[in-house]
Design a protein around this ligand. Structure first.
Ligand code: XBP
Ligand code: MG
Length: 235
């Protein structure tokens, strides 16, 4: 018998869309320049820094590394500016979903599978981005970095998503792109599919039920396929 998930919880950055190297990274660099902060992140450096989840936390880490005084206050200021800049990028409609993401979410809806989001990103840009990528009412529950005390790899965002869905982990699949995201979902007890991207292809994702490089290749990821993952992982 076909067993579909009750819900699927998606990460946003790197999963629903490739937001990091040409999106967040550029906004961080513009914010550093606008705020007179002596930092600039190239693609390689930013890829390393993705190990630190949360934009403000990433800036604090880099400032502390170079011994900047008042790192927390400077990072808070830079991150406010970065968030405003990234909201503008989102509002300009410049970010596309990863190929196959819209089809997967459409298939989940068609099969009555509930759709949620759990991200460490800030609600100011997450909500307009998710609406742009998937449509205004596509996602039932959206947990953001603003909603939790501890960011991924801590499980808090996923546990909060489960609580808001009113579900336990047994019938729910997480979809992630990164090692820290996978660790968060697994610590919340979720069977997890990892769809890597060029910035996360080197991450340790051995704890995933399935690891793929794309949503649409070699075969499209569907509601039924996620049901198979759940059944296979929990016979
Ligand atoms: C994403 C993040 C975020 C973004 C930037 O991780 O760590 O911090 O890089 O967004 P994940 P903010 O995909 O695991 O949720 O600047 O809004 O934090
Ligand atoms: Mg991610």
């Amino acid at each position: 018998m076909l067993r579909l998930p009750q819900a699927v919880v998606f990460d946003v950055d790197g999963t629903l869309a490739e937001t990091e190297r040409d999106g967040h990274r550029v906004a961080f660099n513009e914010a550093f320049a606008a705020e007179g902060v002596d930092l600039h992140w190239d693609v390689e450096r930013y890829r390393e820094l993705l190990a630190v989840t949360g934009g403000r936390e990433r800036v604090v880490h880099a400032l502390r590394e170079q011994g900047t005084p008042d790192a927390d206050a400077v990072a808070a200021r830079v991150h406010r500016t970065k968030t405003e800049l990234f909201v503008d990028v989102v509002r300009r409609g410049e970010i596309d979903p990863r190929p196959g993401v819209r089809d997967l979410v459409g298939d989940l809806h068609a099969h009555g599978v509930r759709v949620a989001v759990a991200t460490t990103g800030r609600r100011a840009w997450v909500e307009p981005l998710v609406a742009h990528l998937l449509g205004a009412d596509a996602v039932e529950i959206t947990v953001c970095g603003d909603d939790v005390a501890t960011l991924k790899p801590d499980p808090e965002a996923y546990l909060l998503a489960l609580r808001r869905l009113g579900l336990d982990a047994a019938g729910v699949v997480a979809v992630e792109d990164s090692g820290p995201g996978l660790a968060a979902a697994r610590a919340a007890g979720l069977v997890t599919v990892v769809v890597t991207n060029p910035d996360t292809a080197h991450h340790d994702v051995g704890d995933a039920a399935v690891v793929r490089e794309a949503f649409d290749r070699p075969t499209p990821l569907t509601a039924a396929a996620l049901g198979d993952v759940l059944t296979g992982a929990r016979p």
